[in-house]
Design a protein around this ligand. Structure first.
Ligand SMILES: [Zn+2]
Length: 189
């Protein structure tokens, strides 16, 4: 499906652009770009996106038309602060007014609007509880690996027994040992 520039006086087909981690739909006449809510998660701060999305449910009608279905978009004001705590923007925080196509999950940025947002913050250090979980996963991994080694050693022991039965003098076993990776009877270990 083609997406069109939301400006009624434009309506040009938006061009897909990607820098590898952020996909946008750009107006070829430089009116701005649309981005889906999904794409924005990695780019803008989490609290701004939530604010944007929550207020879009009750946003004021906009004179822009949604990129896909050409339905009226809604205008929402988003206060911008520099942390990711929700609902704590100071009263005098700067805000940007954006147009949202709620059904299509598109946010439209006029030229210069996107640049006013502060960037997404890196995820914080894992909490002690999260570190414990990471530790547990690592331990489970080590256990599974130890179990695997045990099994292999067991196979190695079985192979030795088998070799003793079919080749008690060990003529073949020397060759067999070389073919068994990790078995200690090969001469170069
Ligand atoms: Zn346009």
């Amino acid at each position: 499906m083609e997406n069109l520039c939301p400006r009624p006086d434009c309506g040009a087909v938006l061009e897909r652009q990607s820098n590898g981690e952020f996909d946008t739909w750009v107006c070829p006449k430089s009116h701005g770009f649309a981005a889906t809510i999904t794409e924005l998660w990695g780019q803008l701060q989490d609290d701004e996106i939530r604010q944007l999305w929550d207020s879009a449910k009750n946003g004021q009608p906009s004179d822009l038309l949604s990129p896909g279905l050409r339905l009226p978009m809604v205008r929402v004001e988003v206060a911008i602060d520099d942390d990711e705590e929700r609902n704590n923007a100071p009263a005098d925080a700067p805000f940007v007014t954006l147009d949202v196509a709620y059904e299509e999950q598109f946010i439209w940025f006029d030229v210069g609007e996107y640049e006013q947002f502060t960037r997404d913050k890196a995820n914080p250090e894992p909490t002690p509880e999260e570190q414990k979980q990471i530790r547990q996963i690592a331990d489970q991994f080590v256990e599974a690996w130890a179990e695997e080694v045990k099994k292999r050693n067991h196979l190695g022991a079985a192979a030795d027994k088998f070799a003793n039965i079919v080749d008690p003098e060990g003529k073949l076993a020397r060759g067999f040992g070389k073919a068994m990776p990790g078995k200690s009877s090969s001469s170069h270990e």
